[in-house]
Design a protein around this ligand. Structure first.
Ligand code: DX5
Ligand code: ZN
Length: 216
């Protein structure tokens, strides 16, 4: 029997002119987390929003904020996003900040810390940090844009992470992000994903509640 996954809709695909209404809608539709994609135009080619916008969203839902930093220097902005109300901050192992120092800075704020790996980054690169973090986010598209196609070969990383966490006795959440839809969600869940991020599949659906249930 496959377990139930948690769903983290990515606000990247919502109507940015109506953030409050979109947050209420996705919360009422049964989301488990709110996934917030922060892009700086350097680490990835796109620019989205920063901590002030996250802070403005914070009062409009009680769901945990899962903040995915696609920025060159995450360490520099940890406190800004923690102050803005992040419950989990994930940052890329490929970014410029020292990894252990950045994890410590996030944990010092009493919130969850996670590492993100791009499609070409080997999963083994996060193994040394598994006892210090709460989550690993596996990208199943190149980060930067919503609406791309799912890369099924990334699923192997989820299986490897599950084994590594089990062997090491680590309490680890495994999240997958990029191109997730109702067709490939069962594959991600079967591979061992705990949390599925979905932008297009949730926000472009006719019925958000049905879309979230279909992913689960
Ligand atoms: C991509 C972002 C994803 C993206 C997911 O860089 O990290 O969170 O918004 O969107 P979909 O589900 O449309 O691929
Ligand atoms: Zn993301």
């Amino acid at each position: 029997m496959t377990k139930q996954a948690k769903i983290a809709p990515s606000m990247l695909s919502c109507d940015f002119a109506n953030l409050q209404a979109e947050l209420v809608k996705v919360t009422n539709a049964g989301a488990d987390y709110i996934h917030l994609d922060v892009m700086d135009g350097h680490f990835v080619p796109n620019i989205t929003f920063g901590a002030p916008v996250v802070a403005a969203m914070r009062p409009h839902t009680k769901l945990p904020f899962d903040v995915h930093l696609m920025i060159d220097d995450p360490l520099k902005y940890v406190n800004d996003f923690a102050d803005a109300g992040a419950d989990i901050i994930t940052f890329h192992i490929e970014a410029k900040s020292p990894v252990m120092k950045t994890i410590s800075a996030i944990k010092a704020r009493g919130i969850g810390a996670g590492l993100v790996i791009k499609p070409n980054t080997p999963v083994q690169s996060v193994f040394p940090y598994l006892s210090f973090i709460d989550m690993v986010l596996v990208m199943s598209v190149e980060p930067g844009f919503g609406g791309q196609s799912f890369m099924p070969q990334q699923l192997k990383k989820i299986e490897a992470l599950q084994h590594a966490a089990k062997d090491g006795g680590h309490d680890l959440l495994i999240e997958i992000d990029g191109g997730i839809n109702a067709q490939n969600a069962p594959l991600a869940i079967a591979a061992g994903a705990d949390i599925l991020v979905a932008g297009t599949a949730v926000f472009k659906a006719q019925n958000m509640e049905e879309a979230i249930n279909a992913l689960r």
